[in-house]
Design a protein around this ligand. Structure first.
Ligand code: ADP
Ligand code: MG
Length: 699
């Protein structure tokens, strides 16, 4: 274990410090211009960087390199190539060229591309993203890359994120310039809080559903759930503690600023939160963190579950995406103390409110997955309706602005009144009630998007957020063109008021779990997509395509390909779940229930022969429950089987998804309920798989 954290921190990363130390100074400067200003990288420079990177990696024990990328499957991919280059005399040299650093050509046809394969060449290439540092993982030098088709269409999650980053940086700087404060460098900052479950490898291996679908398809509620709330922030069990320590060490070596770790609300659930970084690095680091979690768990006889809802009736796992903007290192969502800073803050806040309202469907879509369908709206995670929570003070300010009462607000808060915008009061940092039910909450100096599920790649949600906010900023900057001084301030205030009036409906500070909110949201015209099948089609809405195309974040064929990939993935997952479910019912549950029924019947018979007058109604009652249950389960199995086959045969993927969501999934739930009901009737020793009690409570 680490004696000295600062010594190991970043030791496996080819970071700025290493670059400054090892690269010739001209090369270092050229590379920095690429990293910081996006200037193209010269092949001569790349050759020098590659050589130095290779030498460094070999010293650290690396033998291979890989272009590490994020295909649309939502996980990362890599193909390892050795550095070795045999020479004639039988020896081998270790080589790594600038060309190999900059570009590589994995066969794109095996990665999901949703139709792009048909339209474009199957070949794809990965290109180095120098803004995320190379690192060593398991003796492999990993080079973060973007993955594109040969004609330049994005086949990955990183490319649109990088495009959206450039877009929001440009528009944010236009806004700052209006305030006379253009920045050298604007960054989107992101911190992803990652929730996960840890269970023992032993119970995992005994459950086909966990092994093949990452969630339990069956299971009666545990005798003790999370009602005592003793697990949240509770003492961490020793095995888990060992795991967390090793995880921290490994993450720190990779320069990942893992900061907070604690038990979550549900038994066996935990969370890790890093310190925020720029969005690109934060997301690379989140994906690496997830990979390390899965891998290191096995060192401790544990399995890390990153599914959104591994256990029905127990809280699921999310990935809260904390998002803000920084100008030259200064957080732009810090409300600030003097009125003009407040005006800037209010403009940015208004841009975000407008963006989230205008593109609420896209934001909902970005978190849609078969797994997250079980979580959103399940009274523990935000509902499937997007809304914004501002907290008491900001809500009052927005209210005052919408109703033209800001001067009264200001005087009520004892702030010196003046004409024009100077009446905007200084804000207090809002430390009051943090509404846990809100999907998109202002938490003092950043927004927290709470809808993303634990297993997702957060790139897409951030891409959409960046692009939508950039669009609002552009609207503002265009409207203010040519204005300055007081004229600008007055116009800005008027723009804020009008925009807030148009988009007020997205602000909701109440209880997102309540039924009233569902009705109220409908009255307000907010979208409520309950399932992935409902949420995906908005990708093809003209308005949304236009947003992506306006800023060249995604073109129409890239958007269509993403839609196809998501639909297919959803349908494939439901298909696998249905298959696993049927197999478990046929091979495990039906035989176990039948065999227990036979045992009860035999015992009943035996007792009767010895004690003919005994009251055997309890046993008879059990036997009846078992035989009736067997019949219901079998009927539902047949129904599921038929529906599953019929749906699977549908060619149109949207139609297939709709029927999966509204026929197959509900049938699976009914079947599950029947099996679960017998789990507590059948004797424990006859039950063929570990129960929720066994899985969730271990040492
Ligand atoms: P909370 O208690 O609201 O979850 P924390 O301060 O613990 O708040 O932060 C949670 C996450 O938000 C952490 O990952 C943190 O790094 C991140 N975060 C904090 N400030 C920012 C910011 N300005 N931009 C992006 N993420 C941030
Ligand atoms: Mg949080």
């Amino acid at each position: 274990m680490s004696a000295n954290v600062s010594e190991i921190y970043g030791s496996l990363v080819f970071n700025e410090h290493v670059m400054a130390e090892r690269l010739p100074s001209v090369t270092y400067k050229a590379l920095m211009r690429t990293i910081q200003n996006g200037e193209p990288l010269d092949i001569e420079v790349a050759n020098v960087v590659a050589h130095s990177m290779k030498e460094w990696a070999i010293e650290k024990g690396a033998t291979h390199f890989t272009h590490w990328f994020q295909p649309l499957t939502g996980i990362t991919s890599e193909k390892h190539d050795g550095f070795i280059d045999p020479i004639r005399d039988g020896r081998a040299l270790m080589r790594f060229s600038g060309k190999e650093l900059i570009q590589s050509e994995p066969d794109a046809s095996s990665f999901p591309n949703g139709g792009l394969r048909a339209t474009f060449e199957a070949r794809g290439y990965t290109a180095w993203d120098p803004t995320s540092f190379a690192f060593i993982k398991d003796e492999v030098l990993c080079i973060p890359t973007a993955f594109c088709s040969y004609t330049g269409e994005a086949l990955d999650e990183k490319t649109p994120l990088l495009r959206s980053r450039d877009v929001i940086e440009e528009q944010a700087n236009r806004v700052l310039s209006l305030f006379g404060e253009p920045a050298q460098r604007i960054e989107v900052t992101v911190g992803c809080e990652q929730e996960y479950f840890l269970i023992s490898e032993d119970s995992y291996r005994k459950r086909l559903d966990l092994m093949l679908t990452n969630r339990t398809l069956f299971g009666y509620a545990p005798s003790k759930g999370q009602e005592l709330e003793e697990h949240y922030f509770g003492a961490i069990r020793p095995t888990v503690n060992e795991f967390m320590k090793e995880l921290d060490d490994e993450l720190w070596k990779l320069g990942i600023p893992a900061k907070t770790k604690h038990n979550e609300v549900a038994p066996a659930q935990h969370e890790l939160a890093p310190i925020y970084e720029n969005a690109n690095r934060a997301i690379d680091h989140n994906l690496l963190t997830m990979e390390k979690m899965r891998l290191l768990a096995s060192h401790h006889g544990l399995v890390c579950l990153q599914h959104e809802k591994p256990f029905a009736g127990i809280n699921g796992s999310g990935k809260h995406d904390n998002w803000s903007l920084a100008a030259d290192g200064k957080n732009l969502l810090e409300p600030g103390e003097n009125p003009i800073e407040n005006l800037r803050f209010l403009v940015l806040l208004t841009c975000i409110i407008e963006a989230v309202d205008e593109y609420q469907e896209l934001l909902r879509m970005s978190v849609a997955s078969a797994g997250n369908d079980h979580r959103l709206g399940a009274q523990e995670a935000p509902p499937a309706i997007v809304s914004i929570f501002l907290g008491d003070e900001l809500s009052e300010i927005v209210d005052a602005l919408v109703n033209d009462h800001e001067s009264e607000y200001a005087s009520a808060h004892k702030v010196a009144m003046d004409l024009g915008v100077s009446v905007l009061p200084a804000f207090l940092k809002d430390n009051t009630d943090r509404n846990r039910t809100s999907p998109f909450a202002f938490t003092g100096n950043k927004f927290e998007f709470r809808m993303p599920g634990s297993s997702c790649n957060p790139s897409e949600a951030n891409t959409i957020l960046n692009t939508a906010v950039a669009k609002s900023m552009k609207g503002f900057a265009d409207a203010m063109d040519g204005l300055s001084g007081e004229g600008f301030e007055r116009a800005a205030l008027a723009w804020i008021k009008k925009t807030l009036r148009d988009h007020e409906r997205i602000i909701f500070d109440g209880n997102g779990y309540s039924d009233e909110w569902q009705e109220e949201a409908e009255r307000r015209g907010l979208a409520n997509y309950r399932t992935t099948a409902d949420a995906l089609p908005c990708l093809l809405d003209r308005k949304n395509i236009e947003l992506f195309e306006e800023f060249a974040v995604l073109n129409e064929s890239e958007i269509r390909s993403r839609y196809e990939v998501k639909l297919e993935k959803y349908n494939k997952l439901i298909n696998i779940e249905a298959r696993v479910m049927k197999r478990m019912v046929r091979q495990l549950y039906l035989p176990a229930i039948a065999s227990f029924a036979a045992e009860v019947a035999e015992n009943l018979w035996k007792v009767k022969s010895v004690l003919p007058e005994a009251d055997l109604s309890p046993q008879e009652c059990i036997l009846r429950k078992l035989t009736e249950g067997l019949k219901t389960i079998n009927d539902l199995l047949v129904e599921l089987d038929e529906t599953h086959h019929a749906v699977r045969a549908i060619i149109d993927q949207q139609n297939c998804a709709d029927r999966n969501a509204y026929e197959v999934v509900p049938l699976m739930e009914r079947l599950r309920a029947e099996v679960d009901a017998l789990e507590i009737v059948v004797s424990a020793k006859h039950w063929p798989v570990p129960s929720y009690n066994d899985i969730l409570f271990y040492d």
